[in-house]
Design a protein around this ligand. Structure first.
Ligand code: ATP
Ligand code: MG
Length: 897
């Protein structure tokens, strides 16, 4: 079976078991402060598991793009060195939210692997949780019992808490899990090893690996560490797609399957190097150098996928957070290609066409954005290769220094600096050092690394207390919704009666605040680039400021500095409507802007990020060159035209996703959409959007672009203002204009007047220059005629109020008139500053050994100055004009004529 067929068969199987087949969530997570990337299939169901979202349909299955390069799951350093961990991989998963539990999950998994896919049951082993006496949790006998229906006792293995007890985080849902492992050794390997598969499970054997993990969530862990029963049991399973494909295609390395082979073939073609598959390696053991090449090719093939999918999901490499993680992955690939594949120029971007050809059908976001992906990767590669060269230069200098000092060890602090500033990991520094006969102090390096980690940890530390539940939540269960979930009423109201249903204390960098969840709330929580609402909750007894509203697990979480005295009381929740209306107008303006950009620049324009606050809006989009002033004007005109048409919002809530697409709504790549979506239309602009909007475009008032710039390769940014902010902008411009006009006697034709001034200025400048030239010519003649003669040398000294450049012209003119036996010293004062010029004829330099530079330097001391120049001409400036005459005399004295 091909990879694509295997993917389909999984979906088909679970469809036949009444599961809703749902799309993969984006790999890059935008609205969860606790997680940057999807690292497991369950991430997108977190809110269902936590009880803040409707669990229907209760059976679901999908294939999820995952990335494991940061936080709890970080496989980055393994990738390429082993053959079964990737940075980005697909996780096949099936879920039950309060439907079937352990027995159903185990039976279905077995049926799929053995009956449908025909894996050999003798090669399958399963693990169950052995129990934890100190936590008072018994062995998972239940799971063991169900497994025993399918496998012999000696294929069931007890596993410890580390491997067989899954937790969502420090707190929250958790429970035992059962893993399915496969023994994929060749018969020869089995015979040679003398060990059973059972003995190799969880022993890091590259041929005895975990393929599927079935998690049985049944507890909730509280902040004090204790466990309580979960109100709804959850089945959460995850199977590594690439590992499954490898089993079914009879391979022994994920990289030998049709998921990776086309990319590896392209790598071989570009580099002219060979990759050895598992079989080839077995027949023909490979050298250390060839192994390095193999590793590097695997690294590049893997990282190409991770980076391309991230960019397609809207996460570009950058200097912070998720963007920085992507940058690090890309740089890791560049280093391997540079060091082991001899690629001194960008390499990864050349593989994009192969990736798109292979995966573009299953993942249309890749195909649609191929140009952007290629461009971004190329630019990153080029810029990192430049950094790499600089770092290598620095390392060479350091090694030169060591050699001079007779040392052979590079200190760890320096190695760490290379890592920190140039992205050189220790192994690269060591490699280069080793090639030159040096070692690196690893211990010191690790100490520095540890220090940095500590600094980062301290900066990010957040402490959450347990949620305190209030009985008022009951109101929801008897009201119009029985789910106990918060109701957001902010699309229709800005004030609403409410109760606090739960709250908790949060400590961040010694800062303390509280988070409140209300039963009904008009407050919009920050999402999709639009900032959260602020306002108050109040009743007769008190008023509490809501300083911000965040969105967490699909709910608005209100941030307050202090808790109400009676949290159980009833409140009125009131949004600050001035700020809300301004944000709403800006949000609607971004939709119109998006529409106008597509009309004027073309269909390739894709939204790549936006920020909407009460005072400004920012919109990032893909476009490959600067937007011209004329195009910006056209965009502004189109948006303002739509504003004047005062188009009313046409809003559709809870539309099934496919129906929304039929309405012509624009969905963004990398955005997570539920089964039901909201569509917002203003005339021809139609988008998927959960944000707060103006009730009609007229409310925007006016739209003006403030700047257009580049944020990254292929991505432009427009900043703009609307409404009242535009009014203020206009006043500032008007004030400036008025001030300028007053300089010109409030002339009506300001442009004409300024042009005339410039013209006059230019012609006056020319006149002055001509006048100066004439003066210099006259003065030079006069000075030469009045020169003293000392021992056959013409000595000219003079002092004028004159511009420095005129004085320079003057002494050169004098030298022209008097090319031999000349010593000329001209002092000037301009703007209160003295200046000394010394000019000598060539013979005075050659035959009399004089040097204008030396003379001027010495003499300028008398006017508190300094200077220099050539042997025949030098000048010096000074601070004290009263010393100028003495300085002139000093030059003559020093010349000793
Ligand atoms: P392992 O011990 O092999 O790292 P895991 O315990 O981290 O696996 P889970 O978190 O249980 O794995 O993930 C579920 C499944 O996803 C695994 O059984 C495996 O098939 C697959 N998987 C996990 N990590 C990776 C990875 N880095 N690359 C490819 N597949 C993976
Ligand atoms: Mg792992």
């Amino acid at each position: 079976m091909t990879a694509n067929e295997i993917r389909d068969s999984y979906k088909k199987f679970f469809e036949s078991k009444q599961h809703a087949i749902v799309p993969s969530a984006p790999m890059v997570i935008k609205d969860d402060p606790t997680l940057m990337f999807t690292n497991a299939g369950m991430n997108q169901w977190k809110d269902i598991i936590l009880g803040t979202r409707d669990p229907e349909p209760r059976r679901r299955a999908d294939t999820q793009k995952c990335l494991r390069v940061s936080g709890k799951h970080n496989d980055l350093e393994e990738v390429g060195h082993d053959t079964y961990h990737h940075t980005m991989f697909e996780m096949l998963g099936n879920w039950s939210f309060g439907d079937y539990f352990k027995e159903g999950a185990i039976d279905m998994a077995w049926e799929y692997l053995v009956d449908v896919l025909k894996l050999n049951p003798e090669d399958l082993y399963v693990t169950v949780f052995e129990g934890s006496p100190e936590e008072n949790i018994p062995r998972d006998d239940e799971a063991a019992k169900y497994w025993a229906k399918h496998v012999p006792e000696d294929h069931i293995i007890n596993g410890n808490k580390h491997d067989n007890f899954w937790e969502m985080g420090d707190t929250g849902p958790c429970g035992p899990c059962s893993e399915i492992h496969v023994d994929s050794r060749t018969p020869e390997q089995k015979a040679a090893s003398g060990k059973t598969g059972r003995e190799l499970v969880n022993q890091d054997d590259p041929q005895v690996i975990e393929i599927w993990n079935l998690v049985f969530m049944q507890f909730n862990r509280k902040a004090d560490g204790s466990l309580e029963k979960l109100s709804m049991n959850v089945i959460d399973t995850g199977m590594g797609f690439e590992r499954l494909v490898r089993m079914l295609q009879g391979k022994h390395s994920n990289y030998d399957t049709d998921v990776f082979q086309p990319i590896i073939k392209a790598e071989q073609q570009i580099t002219g190097l060979k990759y050895y598959t598992f079989e080839e390696e077995t027949v023909n053991p490979i050298s250390k150098d060839q192994d390095d090449i193999n590793v590097a090719m695997r690294v590049c093939a893997d990282h190409l996928r991770a980076v391309s999918f991230s960019i397609a999901d809207g996460q570009l490499p950058s200097n912070a957070k998720a963007g920085y993680v992507i940058r690090r992955i890309l740089r890791r690939a560049v280093r391997y290609a540079y060091t082991f594949l001899g690629q001194k120029d960008g390499f990864l971007h050349k593989l994009v066409p192969t990736l798109v050809a292979e995966m573009g059908d299953a993942f249309p976001e890749l195909k649609a954005q191929q140009q952007l992906i290629t461009k971004v990767i190329k630019e990153e590669e080029d810029s990192f290769l430049r950094t790499l060269e600089k770092g290598i230069g620095m390392l060479n200098d350091a090694m030169g220094q060591l050699k001079a000092e007779g040392k052979t060890e590079l200190d760890g602090v320096q190695a760490f600096r290379l890592f920190d500033t140039y992205g050189f990991p220790l192994d690269l520094t060591e490699l280069i050092c080793r090639e030159n006969g040096f070692t690196v102090n690893e211990e010191q390096f690790n100490v520095e690394m540890q220090k940095q980690k500590e600094r980062a940890r301290n900066a990010a530390a957040v402490e959450n207390s347990d949620w305190v539940e209030l009985a008022q939540g009951e109101r929801l269960r008897v009201g119009d919704d029985e789910s106990g979930m918060q109701q957001f009423v902010g699309y229709d109201y800005t004030e609403y009666e409410c109760h606090i249903i739960r709250y908790r204390k949060v400590t961040q960098k010694k800062n303390e605040f509280y988070e409140l969840v209300l039963d009904y709330t008009p407050f919009y929580g920050e999402m999709g680039g639009q900032v959260g609402d602020c306002g108050v909750i109040c009743n007769e007894a008190e008023t509490i400021d809501i300083i911000d509203t965040k969105r967490e697990n699909g709910q608005s979480v209100h941030i307050v500095k202090q808790l109400p005295k009676d949290p159980a009381a009833q409140f009125m929740a009131c949004v600050d409507t001035d700020k809300r209306n301004a944000s709403a107008a800006n949000h609607t303006a971004t939709h119109l802007l998006d529409y106008a950009l597509k009309q004027i620049l073309g269909d390739h324009v894709e939204q790549k990020g936006s920020f909407v606050s009460p005072d400004t809006l920012r919109f990032d989009f893909s476009h490959f060159e600067k937007v011209t002033d004329e195009q910006l004007r056209e965009v502004e005109r189109m948006v303002n035209d739509m504003i004047r048409q005062d188009i009313h919002i046409d809003e559709h809530r809870d539309v099934p996703f496919d129906e929304a697409k039929k309405l012509g709504a624009i969905a963004l790549f990398g955005e997570k959409y539920g089964d039901k979506v909201r569509v917002v239309r203003f005339g021809p602009s139609c988008e998927f959007c959960g944000g707060i909007h103006a009730s009609s475009t007229g409310r925007i008032g006016f739209f003006k672009i403030i700047s257009e710039s580049s944020v990254a390769a292929g991505i432009r940014r427009i900043e703009a203002k609307t409404g009242k902010e535009c009014e203020e902008l206009l006043y500032t411009m008007e004030d400036n204009m008025r001030a300028i006009r007053s300089f010109f006697n409030n002339a009506k034709d300001l442009q004409g007047v300024i042009a005339k001034y410039i013209e006059e200025h230019d012609s006056m400048k020319k006149e002055i220059e001509a006048f100066q030239a004439a003066r210099v010519a006259n003065l030079s003649k006069e000075l030469v005629s009045k020169a003293r003669t000392v021992n056959g040398v013409s000595v000219i000294t003079a002092k004028f109020d004159m511009m420095p450049n005129a004085a320079k012209d003057l002494v050169f003119k004098i030298r022209e008139l008097c090319p031999e036996h000349l010593v000329c010293v001209v002092g000037t004062v301009f703007d209160g500053k003295p200046m000394l010029n010394v000019m000598l004829s060539d013979d005075m330099v050659k035959d009399h050994g004089l040097n204008a530079g030396q003379l001027v330097r010495e003499a300028a001391k008398l006017m508190q100055g300094g200077g220099g120049g050539q042997p025949h001409f030098a000048s010096a400036g000074g601070k004290n004009p009263d010393g100028l005459t003495a300085a002139i005399d000093k030059v003559i004295e020093l010349a000793k004529l």
